[in-house]
Design a protein around this ligand. Structure first.
Ligand SMILES: Cc1cc2nc3c(=O)[nH]c(=O)nc-3n(C[C@H](O)[C@H](O)[C@H](O)COP(=O)(O)OP(=O)(O)OC[C@H]3O[C@@H](n4cnc5c(N)ncnc54)[C@H](O)[C@@H]3O)c2cc1C
Length: 395
């Protein structure tokens, strides 16, 4: 039986980052197994927004470390060809007076405590950054200049390419169908009739993590949610790439928007989505009443978008945990088995630092953030990493 030090199950942006970092930290025999093609899972559906704005301090630290990687992607990977498609347009977030405003104020102060540029700006300053939007004088507006968005395909393929360069094996079109166990220790995986040995197995299966739960005979908290994304277009007010990503805490959908294709607005909701019984990445229709509802909220903030047309729409799945934050670390009761799932719609920006953190833990090393904060046991122990804006992907 072929034997590896580590097997990573799943070739999304998190899985390839973990495989890359295991190889970078010195593991010589790393195998990543992807059922389809690298990056074709939920990573392909991502809006790819990068920000360090979070109300959970551990997330701020992970996002800050990840931003540094995205900001110097080729340098970090030591690969002159690597380009993450970074658009450094900044991030604006607005909250109405009340609880959300208090939370935003405290979050911005906490960010500054980590050395992040995160300022409170007034409505005229916000209008100068995002002239297609209207801002009220009673709103609290936060601005993070070192933020933006990147490209899922470029990031995922660069991590995979560099994992290979450092000696890892990346196999596509290979579905893991079970675990090989010796008592309560994992000793490898089954891929149909083929078995492959490993000292450590890391499951990075996102919405397909229920398979892992069945193989290991455990229950994992996971809701599969479908979210819809739209791109809107109006010639009267193009959303250019220089304009910041915008998060609106003042509308029911807690909408986020960014430039798309250089002139359109990509918009989606930051609230819980439609719960599915099983993972299914097949595209679903975005109902007309959803388009009308989101369009109305957009038009309240971006007056010219009252006349906007729907250019395109698509759906994507979130792997949601009870506190909308990932589970990272060992699966208790099965030695050698590790989990990295539950990114709840905000894992893309964290991929570089989560990959490093998980690889360090697998190698028995401490990371910049204690990985124990993200342990599965936090749900049973009531140590939730709950965000201050309520359920949704800001955390
Ligand atoms: C609509 C949408 C918008 C988003 N916007 C943002 C954003 O703006 N910013 C942000 O930070 N995050 C965002 N996210 C979240 C982010 O994209 C995800 O958290 C991240 O891409 C998840 O990566 P992953 O590697 O965990 O999962 P995936 O990309 O889903 O990868 C899991 C892989 O595992 C493979 N797999 C599963 N089971 C097996 C098996 N048995 N054998 C072999 N392979 C298997 C699958 O084929 C899949 O490729 C968004 C997500 C969606 C859906």
């Amino acid at each position: 039986m072929t034997h590896y030090e580590s097997i990573v199950i799943g070739g999304g942006v998190i899985g390839v980052s973990i495989a890359y970092h295991l190889a970078r930290l010195g593991q010589r025999r790393v195998l990543l197994l992807e059922r389809g093609r690298i990056g074709e899972g939920t990573t392909a559906q991502s809006s790819c927004i990068l920000r360090t704005h979070y109300t959970v301090p551990e997330n701020v630290q992970l996002a800050q470390a990840a931003w540094r990687v995205y900001d110097d992607f080729a340098g970090y990977l030591d690969d002159r060809e690597a380009d993450c498609g970074l658009v450094r347009c900044g991030y604006l977030i607005a909250a109405p007076p009340g609880a959300k405003s208090t939370a935003l104020h405290e979050a911005l102060a906490a960010q500054r405590g980590f050395g992040i540029r995160a300022e409170v700006i007034d409505a005229p300053a916000a209008r100068s950054l995002l002239p297609i939007a209207s801002f009220g004088d009673d709103e609290l507006i936060g601005y993070e200049p070192d933020a933006g968005f990147a490209d899922a395909y470029l990031v995922t393929s660069a991590f995979a390419r560099n994992a290979r360069r450092l000696g890892a094996t990346v196999r596509e079109n290979t579905a893991v169908t079970g675990l090989v166990l010796a008592g309560r220790r994992v000793t490898g995986v089954a891929c149909g009739a083929e078995t492959i040995g490993a000292d450590q197995v890391i499951s990075v299966q996102n919405v397909w993590s229920g398979e892992l739960a069945r193989w290991a005979g455990v229950a994992l908290p996971l809701a599969i949610e479908r979210h819809s994304v739209m791109s809107l277009e109006t010639k009267a007010a193009p959303y250019t790439r220089q304009m910041p990503v915008f998060k609106d805490l003042g509308v029911p959908g807690l909408l986020y928007c960014r430039s798309y294709g250089g002139a359109q607005m990509l918009v989606s909701e930051g609230t819980p989505g439609e719960v599915l019984a099983a993972p299914d990445t097949v595209q679903a229709d975005v109902p007309l009443d959803r388009v009308v509802d989101v369009g109305g909220q957009v038009a309240g903030r971006f007056p010219a978008y009252a006349e906007a047309g729907l250019a395109s729409s698509w759906t994507g799945l979130y792997d949601v945990t009870p506190d909308w934050n990932p589970v990272l670390g060992p699966l208790p009761g099965v030695e050698g088995l590790w989990l990295a799932y539950g990114f709840s719609g905000h894992g893309f920006k964290l991929a570089p630092s989560v990959g490093l953190l998980v690889a360090q833990a697998v190698l028995g090393r401490a990371g910049a953030v204690p990985i124990e904060a993200y342990a599965l046991s936090r749900f049973a122990q009531g140590r939730l990493l709950a965000g201050r804006y309520g359920a949704g992907a800001v955390s």
